[in-house]
Ligand binder design. Structure first.
Ligand SMILES: NC(=O)C1=CN([C@@H]2O[C@H](COP(=O)(O)OP(=O)(O)OC[C@H]3O[C@@H](n4cnc5c(N)ncnc54)[C@H](OP(=O)(O)O)[C@@H]3O)[C@@H](O)[C@H]2O)C=CC1
Ligand SMILES: N[C@@H](CC=O)C(=O)O
Length: 330
């Protein structure tokens, strides 16, 4: 069985995805430019759904766009499968999310989003596996941001805070606007996704979030302006790092879902140097599931949680899962 796979968004994760699937990039680039950024999304989708060459069609949304995400319901209704690393739909308004999930359960059209948390790490599938086998989730906590992990793993006194932020952006770990990472919004979205997956009915606004964006930089009109002004706050960050170091501690940005009490939180914390959260390197995520089955020792998933390659791997894995659900030969 053949599947018609269309990707929206042409850089970062999606370009890497094409190379992973063996597509000749130079030959396809021009075609992708035309399709991947359709000026008129509605027309693009209408043509796709009316094209009967392939029985199965999948749209892979590799943007971070809220508007693109708002179309998933209609696409699924038209029989188009949706795969995405974009967090906007699952962390958006609760009523829309519930509508999407209800439709997904009632139809034969699939909606996969493993890469929304931890990029290529098996986070959603691990959580699903626990729930489907009758385990009870008590708490999920960890470092959910590859960007903030990289920043605090590398902000060790040799480079300024703003230099390390620029490195994370250069490496492709940040969201298109790095303020989405530093404000804690990206982590809060992941906390909401995991909370909802665990059965909680929370809105993004229910999660208290400690923002690392200085008040004075919240109104910057562009990501570039923000990056240019960030060095003026390097002294504050150096002081915070010194204070932690003097106490034998490190700074880490963490998220948590307290399933028992129906709450989530996102904040900057200090940890002793021997704590597992202090042992990470690069863009590592670490996610600990405390459940009825894994109560004394949580189930831990750890590894690089950002970057085009691992994100593409997570998306590609969803495409292969879809192919296997649809009975395509491997
Ligand atoms: N990078 C990572 O480590 C991870 C990313 N993700 C998620 O993956 C998604 C993509 O991230 P990443 O590849 O890093 O981002 P990039 O910014 O590298 O790529 C996003 C692409 O989407 C395009 N785009 C934006 N809006 C639209 C639109 N309305 N229609 C068509 N194309 C559009 C952008 O074009 P232009 O630049 O011209 O605006 C750009 O080419 C995001 O949702 C992110 O949260 C998830 C896990 C990890
Ligand atoms: N900007 C995000 C990318 C993955 O979701 C991060 O840094 O974790």
């Amino acid at each position: 069985m053949n599947i018609d796979v269309r990707v929206i968004g042409i850089t970062g994760a999606s370009t890497m995805l094409l190379s992973e699937t063996g597509v000749d990039l130079t030959r396809w680039k021009e075609e992708m430019q035309k399709e991947a950024k359709p000026a008129d999304l509605a027309n693009f989708v209408r043509h796709l759904s009316e094209d009967h060459v392939f029985p199965n069609k999948v749209l892979v949304d590799c943007t971070a766009d809220t508007n693109v995400a708002s179309h998933y319901y209609d696409w699924l209704k038209k029989g188009i499968h949706v795969i995405t690393p974009n967090k906007k739909a699952n962390s958006g308004p609760l009523d829309r999310y519930l509508k999407l999930r209800t439709l997904q359960r009632a139809s034969y059209t699939h909606y996969f989003y493993e890469a929304t948390v931890g990029a290529g790490l098996p986070i959603i599938s691990t959580l699903r596996g626990l729930l489907e086998t009758g385990d009870k989730i008590l708490r999920i906590e960890g470092i959910f941001s590859g960007t903030l992990s990289y920043i605090f793993n590398n902000f060790e006194g040799t480079r300024s805070f703003s230099d390390v932020v620029a490195e994370a952006k250069e490496a492709g770990y940040t969201e298109p606007d790095p303020r989405d990472d530093l404000s804690g919004t990206d982590v809060a979205r992941k906390v909401i996704i995991l909370a909802r997956e665990s059965g909680l009915r929370l809105e993004l606004s229910d999660i208290p979030v400690e923002s690392l964006v200085p008040e004075a930089l919240k109104s910057c009109s562009s990501p570039n302006e923000f990056m240019q002004k960030l060095p003026s706050f390097d002294q504050d960050w150096a002081r915070q790092r010194h204070e932690a170091e003097a106490a034998g501690e490190v700074l880490r940005y963490v998220g948590a879902v307290d399933v028992l009490n129906g709450k989530g939180r996102v904040e900057l914390q200090r940890y002793k140097r021997d704590h597992p959260f202090a042992q990470l390197s690069g863009s590592d995520n670490i996610i600990a599931f405390t459940t009825s089955r894994y109560k004394e020792q949580p189930l831990i998933v750890r590894g690089p949680g950002a970057g085009a390659e691992v994100t593409a791997g997570g998306v590609f894995c969803d495409i292969l899962r879809l192919a296997s659900y649809l009975g395509a030969p491997s």
